[in-house]
Design a protein around this ligand. Structure first.
Ligand SMILES: Nc1ncnc2c1ncn2[C@@H]1O[C@H](COP(=O)(O)OP(=O)(O)OP(=O)(O)O)[C@@H](O)[C@H]1O
Length: 237
């Protein structure tokens, strides 16, 4: 994957099976976000190919594209919430693709499926904020709204880019547990870029290490220690 003169990923050959919980580990700029963006189809590889849930994730148009997008849930690094909308609308955005257009449009006036939204918000500790304007929430609260959006979406594949970066340790563990359960309960898969070795080792069963756009480690989490991961978080000199 190249951006102009920059090679973001090179020679990556990676297969992730159903039910796996995979941590992507690497220094800033190693290529973690790019790998997640290739998997959800928001960027198209400049060479090679990507298959996700038996489809090409960059083929996003038409009914098949919509169906595939509904099966892939992403917690983006920058969250991609609409600040001017109430929390309930941002959470419902997780399932708009599965609603008829009229219901989706109507929901902006009269939020649909509110009990599910409140139940999802309850699981991230924000049940009382459903009708608040999203821009009034803190960074960590917004990160939890992005996770609640996935809880209502119920995707088969969760792609999470530093989903706990703004959370305190207890909330970070809770968030990763929710994402892991979401994947496991449905026989689904979690791939998460994570900066905290503790979260990696507590919540993932496989660690893929990236350095300078290449896979430099691919091992079961069992048997790895925080010290084993520490080198991967350091940018090359
Ligand atoms: N849209 C873009 N345009 C140009 N270069 C990009 C773009 N996105 C990523 N890159 C480059 O690709 C490389 C990998 O970036 P990427 O964001 O995937 O790294 P990362 O491991 O997720 O880093 P971080 O932990 O800081 O988020 C970097 O050199 C980055 O500058």
């Amino acid at each position: 994957m190249r951006y102009g003169g920059t090679t973001a990923l090179a020679g990556v050959d990676l297969t992730v099976g159903p039910g796996e919980r995979v941590a992507l580990v690497g220094a800033s700029g190693a290529g973690k976000s790019t790998l997640l963006e290739l998997a959800n189809g928001s960027v198209t590889p400049t060479a090679g190919s990507v298959r996700v849930l038996d489809a090409d994730p960059s083929a996003r148009s038409g009914r098949a594209g919509r169906r595939l997008r509904a099966r892939i849930g992403t917690v983006h690094q920058h969250l991609e919430l609409v600040g001017s909308l109430r929390v309930v609308h941002n959470v419902n955005a997780g399932r708009l693709g599965t609603w008829p257009a009229a219901r989706a449009a109507w929901s902006l006036l009269r939020p649909q499926g509110v009990p599910d939204v409140v139940a999802a918000l309850e699981r991230v500790g924000l049940a009382d904020r459903a009708f608040e304007r999203t821009e009034r929430l803190s960074g960590g609260q917004r990160q939890r709204v992005a996770i609640a959006r996935l809880l209502v979406q119920q995707p088969d594949l969760v792609l999470a880019d530093e989903p706990a970066s703004a959370l305190d340790p207890a909330l970070a563990d809770r968030a990763l547990a929710l994402l892991g359960d979401l994947a496991r309960d449905r026989g689904g898969t979690l791939v998460a870029a994570l900066h905290d070795p503790g979260l990696v080792l507590r919540h993932c069963d496989r660690v893929v290490g990236l350095a300078d756009g290449r896979v430099v480690l691919d091992r079961p989490a069992a048997g790895l220690s925080p010290a084993d991961l520490a080198d991967l978080y350091e940018a090359p000199a």
